[in-house]
Write a protein that binds this ligand. Structure first.
Ligand SMILES: [Zn+2]
Length: 261
């Protein structure tokens, strides 16, 4: 294992005299960067295990001062394709997503009753609008952190076995009385994103999403400027559980949107 000083000495031995400092960085994004006019080299901490060939590549980059030249480009390519780097980045990303799962950064702010309401509504729409095309286990949660946004569908970027949806989240405000139509439309909107992503790999509002939106009966537009009621004040807790659609509850009601309001 090299220390930053060993690394620096190795660069100097290879003629990269301009570098006066090497810093090891442990994160998921920086592989290497030259800062302070090419005198400081920041490298991912995994390069403390660099072999001769990789040290030579870094020396080339440091001598050139950038990766724009032919030599710089090929040195950079050698560094970027170094297998231990890929293993380490994959490991850090896994660790990060496990952390996100356990620290509750994406935890639901709703009550257990609100969660089971959303689950039931999701299952209901999956059966009645999507023909059961969606996985039954996509997490659906409420968020009290969204400002203008009403919902989102997040894909699982760390999935090793094909496309996976990490979650659907809805703005807590949608649980207010009077927001039934927008609540239904937003959930369908996000479910359409999930179906589209799983089917086509697309995550935007393009033609394949619009096709799903029309098929399942939600508005084929983005979620901005929707007429929703908001909590006042913004941080007011909200434990309301709206009534479920008629076919799921003993209550009879004239139309679906009336019932889920
Ligand atoms: Zn959308």
């Amino acid at each position: 294992m090299l220390t930053p000083d060993d690394f620096l000495a190795a660069l100097h031995e290879r003629g990269a005299r301009r570098i006066r400092c090497v810093r090891f960085r442990a994160n998921r994004s920086t592989v290497w960067s030259l800062t302070q006019r090419g005198t400081v080299l920041n490298v991912h901490a995994v390069f403390s295990r660099a072999d001769d060939e990789i040290l030579e590549s870094f020396a080339t980059l440091a001598r050139e001062g950038h990766a724009e030249s032919r030599r710089g480009r090929s040195a950079s390519a050698a560094i970027m394709s170094w297998p231990p780097l890929h293993d380490e980045i994959a490991r850090l990303r896994k660790e990060h997503s496990a952390e996100r799962r356990t620290t509750g950064r994406s935890s639901c702010c709703g009550t257990p009753e609100q969660r089971s309401y959303l689950r039931a509504l999701y299952d209901y729409f999956n059966q009645t609008r999507f023909g059961g095309a969606l996985p039954s286990d996509i997490p659906v949660r409420l968020s009290d952190r969204m400002r203008s946004s009403l919902g989102h569908m997040r894909i699982d970027e760390d999935s090793d076995d094909g496309r996976r949806v990490a979650e659907i989240a809805l703005n807590l405000d949608l649980m207010l009385e009077g927001n039934g139509a927008e609540r239904a439309d937003t959930l369908l909107h996000e479910m359409a994103h999930a179906a589209d992503y799983l089917e086509s790999g697309h995550a935007g509002h393009g033609p394949s999403w619009k096709a799903w939106a029309r098929r399942v009966g939600c508005r084929p537009t983005t979620l901005y400027d929707r007429p929703v009621r908001r909590r006042r004040p913004r941080n007011r807790p909200l434990q309301r559980v709206p009534p479920l659609p008629a076919s799921l509850s003993p209550r009879a009601a004239p139309t679906e949107l009336d019932v889920i309001d």
